[in-house]
Design a protein around this ligand. Structure first.
Ligand SMILES: NC(=O)c1ccc[n+]([C@@H]2O[C@H](COP(=O)([O-])OP(=O)(O)OC[C@H]3O[C@@H](n4cnc5c(N)ncnc54)[C@H](O)[C@@H]3O)[C@@H](O)[C@H]2O)c1
Length: 367
């Protein structure tokens, strides 16, 4: 599979973003259905309700009480959404749906994404693209055939700080990218979402959780990794909750073209406020903390906060606003199927490297 270089187009034109968030003509209204309104899906629904030029016309969850809550949120915002518990029935019977926002568990993505794309709806689907290499390829193929827009939920690409940082990197602000260093240290996964603890359902914590920071680094470097090595396991939350098959810690080294390396540590051992999240990109002219848009030149102090357009805007609202704008104006999302495929294959590669205790190459997953 050929992998395109990431280009300047990948950077959301933030200067244009306020226009996205401003008014649309009523005839322009995009009629949206939200499928899967649990933890993430209910946040996406609340975020979508802040985007002008949309109408949420349907909500769906196999748990009827969640569909009820989602419909109530739509009503509270002045709308009226039909409630469903079967999304295929919804697609068959409710003909006024233009676009679907899908936030069902990871193991459902392949089948649900394909089913929605095949009936011609625009689709904003949560990450990961899918859990296996073959399934990722199937979704990417369906997206290629689809007449609708397909955008994947890498919303941090639309986070104002990170987007401004990535633009700065792309324009050569930190010089040549040399290395990235990432930390995602926190408390353990939420106990009220059982499938998070089953690696067959979530692909383990690299694919389900580490994916966002790895996506940021792959985007900053502008290429996929050539090889990955890693080590991980379960040291603290052993069989906790009972039946747990996901790790609670791992460390990765990823080698990219030109000797650029990513060093990433992810674990759930952090006491409150101890380390948290770091996303640092080191360059020949200085280094940047992309999540804060703060850059430290190599030759002078102090550190500089970048000019961040839309600094007060939330990443998920920005991401959904970009989706609506992409649909209405026929634009290609920065997190399209191709980009989401690369960004999902990286954690799949890493997971394989950890499980099999060996170096895994890009050819193995992308070939
Ligand atoms: N982008 C992000 O930052 C982010 C954050 C959290 C979760 N996610 C992703 O969002 C998705 C959902 O995760 P979550 O944390 O909300 O999990 P969750 O279990 O809280 O929510 C999933 C919802 O989907 C519903 N569902 C399951 N099967 C369904 C079906 N056949 N039809 C309709 N509804 C169905 C469940 O009842 C539940 O309400 C996952 O893909 C996850 O990876 C993304």
């Amino acid at each position: 599979m050929s992998q395109p270089r990431i280009t300047r187009r990948d950077v959301l034109p933030l200067a244009a973003a306020p226009a996205i968030l401003r008014a649309q003509a009523p005839s322009d209204v995009l009629r949206v259905a939200h499928v899967g309104v649990g933890n993430r899906g209910s946040l996406l629904l609340r975020s979508m309700l802040k985007v002008p030029g949309i109408q949420v016309v349907a909500v769906c969850d196999i748990l009827p009480e969640r569909a009820d809550q989602a419909a109530a949120a739509v009503a509270a915002a002045g709308g009226n959404a039909r409630k469903w518990t079967d999304f295929r029935k919804m697609l068959d019977e409710q003909k006024d749906i233009d676009a679907v926002v899908l936030a069902t568990p990871d193991w459902t993505h392949k089948d649900f994404d394909i089913a929605i794309l095949e009936v011609g709806k625009h689709l904003y689907a949560e990450k990961p693209l899918s859990l296996t290499i073959d399934d990722c390829k199937m979704v990417a193929a369906a997206a290629k055939q689809a007449k609708g827009t397909f955008q994947v939920g890498f919303q941090l690409r639309h986070d104002p700080n990170r987007n401004a940082s990535q633009k700065f990197i792309r324009e050569g602000g930190i010089g040549k990218v040399l290395m990235c260093h990432g930390i995602r240290h926190g408390a353990d996964l939420p106990r009220n979402i059982p499938w998070y603890f089953d690696r067959t359902k979530c692909g383990d914590i690299v694919v389900d959780q580490g994916i966002h920071i790895l996506d940021q680094f792959t985007w900053a470097i502008g290429s996929h990794p050539l090889r990955v090595m890693g080590s991980g396991g379960t040291n603290l939350f052993i069989d906790d909750p009972p039946g747990r098959t996901v790790m609670d810690n791992y460390s990765l080294v990823l080698e990219y073209p030109g000797g650029v390396r990513v060093n990433f540590s992810h674990h759930y051992f952090d006491p409150p406020g101890f380390t948290g999240i770091q996303e640092r990109v080191f360059g020949s002219n200085g280094s940047i903390e992309i999540q804060n848009a703060v850059w430290q030149p190599r030759d002078k102090k102090p550190a500089v906060k970048l000019d961040v357009p839309n600094a007060d805007k939330d990443a998920s609202v920005m991401s959904l606003a970009a989706f609506v704008d992409n649909v209405k104006n026929g634009k290609e999302p920065i997190n399209n199927a191709e980009s989401a495929m690369r960004s999902t294959l990286v954690p799949i590669m890493a997971t394989r490297a950890i499980y099999e205790r060996r170096i895994v190459t890009w050819e193995e997953v992308a070939g």
